[in-house]
Design a protein around this ligand. Structure first.
Ligand SMILES: [Fe+2]
Length: 253
């Protein structure tokens, strides 16, 4: 659950306390987002998502295979139907946008049979105002995927080439505009650092993350905040200093 500034435990507690605050996929499961005729498709989608998440957490598949499967699922998601049926105005009205950074909104699955108790993946929606960011960060032992729900964002990604005590050596991989329905994924092995900045008035990103996805990484799952605008090195590499959340939020939030 570490795809968030709070500690894993605190985030879990917060998410449990806020289960009904925003219920994108609860509504989806209840048929408000998809009609009854496509409900089985939605159930299947969530079931498939849980299956691939379990497989990577149990180390039956590699994290890079998981992200390929996650991308296939994101590609399959009927975002137009979802957006048409989702009352985004109501959701946006309920969001207290932070002055810096992005707001993490919990997503519940309590109306999806079985999922509320056995979902392997963490999930949330990031909401932010224009110019604000999901601040740059890398990840340890996590696989995660972002799907743009609404708005346009600049999405910057970097491979983590080296991991040192106080910095990463990173290499830019993706820097482009992301529009609704577009997505990207992250693992220990590719595009480990990401950074999304809202270019529209508001922007919403759906996030899935699974912990303990890399048996070769002894570190506990979590975010690592780094400054990707650091010293430029030979070969297009960048020295990205590790910093605190407070600092990175002040710099880029
Ligand atoms: Fe992330």
């Amino acid at each position: 659950m570490s795809e968030h500034v709070e500690s894993r435990r605190a985030f879990t507690r917060h998410a449990l306390q806020s289960l009904t605050a925003v219920a994108l996929l609860e509504g989806l499961a209840a048929g408000r987002l998809f009609g009854a005729d496509v409900q089985p498709v939605v159930d299947k989608w969530l079931d498939d998502l849980n299956t691939i998440s379990r497989d990577v957490r149990d180390h039956k598949v590699k994290d890079v295979e998981f992200t390929k499967s996650l991308e296939a699922l994101y590609r399959r998601a009927d975002l137009n139907t979802l957006l048409k049926n989702l009352d985004f105005d109501r959701i946006a009205k309920g969001v207290t946008y932070p002055a810096h950074g992005a707001k993490s909104l919990p997503v519940d699955f309590k109306n999806v049979e079985g999922l509320s108790t056995n979902a392997v993946f963490g999930r949330q929606i990031f909401a932010m105002k224009q110019g604000r960011s999901v601040v740059p960060h890398g990840h340890d032992n996590m696989a995660t995927g972002f799907l743009v729900l609404k708005g346009n964002l600049r999405g910057r990604h970097y491979d983590r080439v080296e991991d040192h005590k106080d910095h990463y050596i990173i290499k830019p991989t993706i820097d482009r505009s992301f529009t609704p329905g577009e997505f990207s994924t992250v693992t220990d092995h590719h595009d480990n650092v990401h950074w999304f900045t809202a270019e529209s008035e508001t922007a919403f990103i759906f996030n899935i993350h699974v912990n303990d996805t890399n048996p070769e990484n002894p570190k506990p799952p979590g975010r690592v905040y780094v400054d990707p605008m650091g010293e430029k090195l030979a070969g297009g590499l960048i020295k990205a200093q590790k910093v605190t959340y407070g600092k990175i939020n002040q710099m880029y939030g």
